[in-house]
Design a protein around this ligand. Sequence first.
Ligand code: NAD
Length: 282
Amino acid sequence: GRAGLRAGLVGRGIALSRTPAMHEAEARRQGIPGSYRLFDLDDPELAGATLADIVDRAEGAGFCGLNVTYPCKIEVIAHLHALSPEARSVGAVNTVVFDGGRRIGHNTDLTGFARSFSLGLPEARRDHVLLLGAGGAGVAVAHALAQSGALRLSILDTDVARAERLCADIEAAPAPCRAALATEAAQLFAADRPDGIVNATPMGMAKLPGAAIDPGLLSAGQWVADIVYFPLETALLAAARVRGCAVLPGAGMAVFQAVHAFELFTGRPACPDAMRTTFDAF
Ligand code: NAD
């Protein structure tokens, strides 16, 4: 692997991200030099700099790579030479690796959810999974579920066109997973009860209280994963827990996307437990 970590995060509204601390602490723990900086497109000091400028400068300055977040995950693809299979299936990139003049795009949201899911809910029956939310993160989660053995996805989004596009995407992907639009959660639970539910909407965040489905629909034997991690336990997860459902909080995905990005940046394995400890210290 490389002798150190030099990386950063490009996006908007990233000031409170826990990702820099996770990367820098992991580098310190491994005894290698580590720096991870924020490139906030709203920062007046970056005035006028485009995404392309920031990628160019970071590459020129010898960075290992960059993480990319809202609103740049699709736009960045135009500035890359190649995509990993995961980034290709999602159609979005959250990690760019600079590799001797070539820029490779990866998607560690997909691998991060997949790893969190397989470790946190290893026994979960996944014949039929209800996915709530078909936005940026929902697309990565849908592909992760399809690649993790889900046989059938029902996809619900208030933006029906988005849900339809994601269904078509999953149907066209190589994994043997079917996908269909869901519009009425109560009807679905009555007629075709899902084994598990994943929330990839922003509902349940501190600033958006509530849940995308009525938690009263949940019953023991179902599992519920949330990718929202602020708060760590959403109202949906709390209700699921009370009803006897197995639950998977969103922090796991947030940690494992960073674990995989660290490994891609440095070529060295990262310690998920140590990175989790840093994440929890906030
Ligand atoms: P986004 O805005 O791209 O997509 C959200 C989608 O949810 C939209 O398509 C929207 O129409 C839909 N939606 C909103 N309210 C709904 C409702 N009540 N019912 C059905 N659909 C609804 O956002 P995103 O980038 O996909 O992020 C979604 C959430 O996931 C955010 O809270 C974000 O913080 C979280 N997230 C967590 C991780 C992690 O690592 N744990 C990673 C990425 C995003």
